[in-house]
Design a protein around this ligand. Sequence first.
Ligand code: NAD
Length: 310
Amino acid sequence: MNIVITGGAGFVGSNLARSLTERPEITQIRVIDNLSTGSKENLLGLEVRFFEGDIQNAALLDQAFHGADAIVHLAALPSVPRSVRDPLASHHANATGTLQVLEAARRASNLHVIAASSSSVYGANPCLPKHEDLAAAPMSPYAVTKLATEAYLGAYHHSYGLPVLPFRFFNVYGPGQRPDHAYAAVIPKWISAVLAGQPVTVHGDGTQTRDFTYVGTVCSILADALLRRVVEPQPVNLAFGVRLSLLDLIPAIEVATGLRAQREHTVSRVGDVPHSQADDTRLRALFPTVKPVPMHEGISATVDWLGAGG
Ligand code: NAD
């Protein structure tokens, strides 16, 4: 199988590229990435064909998709606060970019398209756990772009018969996730702070909850979806109902690092959802053999990676 990963130089994409190289059924991996948040270093040592450029470039997509069997579409500007600062940039990359990917998949022959949406689409909807039939209530421009992503996949399935699978990722974490940029995710940021003897910064009171999913688990589901060509036009939560508050994350990091964490509180972030927890019924029906990596193992692997210099 010949697989294209858009955004393959990023955190999830490079982990996926690495895990697909271990699958004998995958004969070629191609990556399209404009290196806006990702880096070629993430792919060092991997045998991938790299197409540097933007997913809004239709000619580049045609070149990269030629002869491919499936696309895992991960390219996006992934941050809520970034989208609050610059909604148009997020819209162009995430919504228009997805439309371009789907058009190119349609021009190529019947490509299987798996894409990353986000739990942020549930937004202000207070129901827990989040099952996919709940009304979406985006609280940020980013969430709107992800709602557009999954809605376009569904529409291309119904309008053109494109075989699609939109996943709603929750909070993915693990080795390869950078701690050191303005929009860094909480787990790498806090582990790095604890390792450096600095306080962790909690936005709000820290009681907000998240459903953290280890990147290795995400990649094994993506690989299984590719190899079995799983098609489902409705969005599928990719998380397992773990509901951990940010305050509970701190002792988990202390155990994995063997260090005490100091904390400081600051203002809540605009666009952040208060609670997040997936209903995994649809996921488990499609992937009945999946075994998620437990949180303590995932945190330990992340501490090892960051402790070794990242
Ligand atoms: P990331 O920023 O590490 O990776 C995104 C990659 O896309 C980067 O390599 C970036 O350079 C590339 N990219 C961005 N815009 C592009 C464009 N216009 N053309 C080509 N390449 C472009 O982010 P990630 O954490 O690996 O996220 C992967 C996907 O999963 C994203 O679609 C994100 O929205 C989604 N997601 C992630 C999480 C999470 O917790 N990490 C949660 C929900 C959804």
